[in-house]
Design a protein around this ligand. Structure first.
Ligand code: PEP
Ligand code: MN
Length: 340
């Protein structure tokens, strides 16, 4: 439920309404705009139906949030969410951010070389998996904690922000120490325990769409995180399973404008996993920006032939330079920009 207050509503009115909602076991989110205050009440619809909110002092109107996702919906918050990092980097504003790096952290030299190359091309965020969700238990599973130390080192040496995947809630304190953004992978999109735990973290979360998740399920997963208090969520379209076999997944670019209309959260496009083919990454990165994406995630490897994972979809650094140049033109065409 959204309770819109009159411009003249007082602090006392706000306290009175919030108190009544909380007494009834509802969660309260207050957003104070320049003109008026809006109170979001989240919880059991039956309890809400029993409260005569419209006649409370200071209340102008009461609206039901029709979507099953509440906190993440545009109905709840009209303005785009912009995630701001202490070094000034933003995700969700006019600047399009690019996260780039290897699928997996393989060594400190590999990571540092790629980090420097993607930085000089204009990326501000370094990606790299330390805990890898692999289909086969016999393939490389990631360097684990050692990989996190390499990420920290690269962050310190380059000033790039760092993102890496969390697979197990027990590793959350470690990730909080070594990374700036926590990634929840496609295979864990509905791991509700993991979602609730990152919902209690103060770090921004990149939530990847599940391999066969509908947009509604995707947003309900985001709602799990938001409902625990963390609303710094970036949604990632990374391709879904279809009957098509020419590509690893089908990058669902419809999802970008659909998400932008349903939610205030920033949307990121991952054409690397979305296609599974390095030769399709540049065109689909361009398309992702044209469709309204706020950010990109791109896998880059110095030697894709020898990569421990996802070599077939990784760009060599020279091609990443090309991607950035081409994407800058598309960004300008849609009134956005990618910094040099
Ligand atoms: C990844 O980013 O390397 C990854 C494993 O992605 P996804 O969860 O989208 O498969
Ligand atoms: Mn990968």
């Amino acid at each position: 439920m959204i309770i819109v207050l009159k411009p003249e509503a007082t602090e006392q009115d706000i306290q009175h309404i919030s108190g009544k909602l909380q007494e009834n076991g509802l969660k309260v989110h207050i957003s104070k705009g320049a003109e008026r205050t809006i109170i979001g009440a989240i919880g059991d619809d039956r309890v809400l139906a029993g409260l005569p909110l419209a006649i409370f002092p200071g209340v102008e109107s009461v609206h039901k949030i029709l979507q099953p996702f509440k906190l993440v919906s545009r109905e709840f918050k009209k303005e785009d969410t912009v995630i701001r990092f202490p070094n000034g980097v933003t995700i969700g504003g006019p600047e399009i951010q690019v996260m780039a790096g290897p699928c997996a952290v393989e060594s400190d030299e590999q990571l540092l070389y790629i980090a420097e190359r993607v930085k000089s091309a204009g990326a501000k965020i370094l990606r790299g998996g330390a805990f890898k969700p692999r289909t086969s238990p016999y393939t490389f599973q990631g360097l684990g904690e050692e990989g996190l130390h390499h990420l920290s080192m690269a962050r310190e040496k380059t000033g790039l922000l760092v993102i890496t995947e969390l697979m197990d809630p027990r590793d959350l304190p470690l990730l909080e120490k070594h990374t700036d953004i926590i990634q929840i992978g496609a295979r864990n999109m509905q791991n509700f325990r993991l979602l609730s735990d990152v919902g209690e973290s103060r770090k921004p979360v990149l939530l990847k769409r599940g391999l066969s998740a509908t947009i509604k399920e995707f947003l309900m997963a985001a709602e799990y995180i938001a409902s625990r208090g963390n609303q710094q969520i970036i949604l990632c379209e990374r391709g879904i399973r279809t009957f098509e076999t020419m590509t690893r997944n089908t990058l669902d670019l419809n999802a970008v404008p659909v998400l932008k209309s349903l939610t205030h959260l920033p949307v990121l496009v991952d054409p690397s996993h979305g296609t599974g083919r390095w030769d399709l990454v540049i065109p689909m990165a361009r398309a992702g920006i044209a469709a309204g994406g706020d950010a990109l995630m791109i896998e880059v490897h110095n030697n894709p032939e020898e990569a421990y994972s996802d070599g077939e979809e990784s760009l060599i650094p020279d091609n990443f330079d090309k991607l950035m140049k081409e994407c800058r033109k598309i960004a300008a065409a849609v009134d956005r920009f990618i910094a040099e």
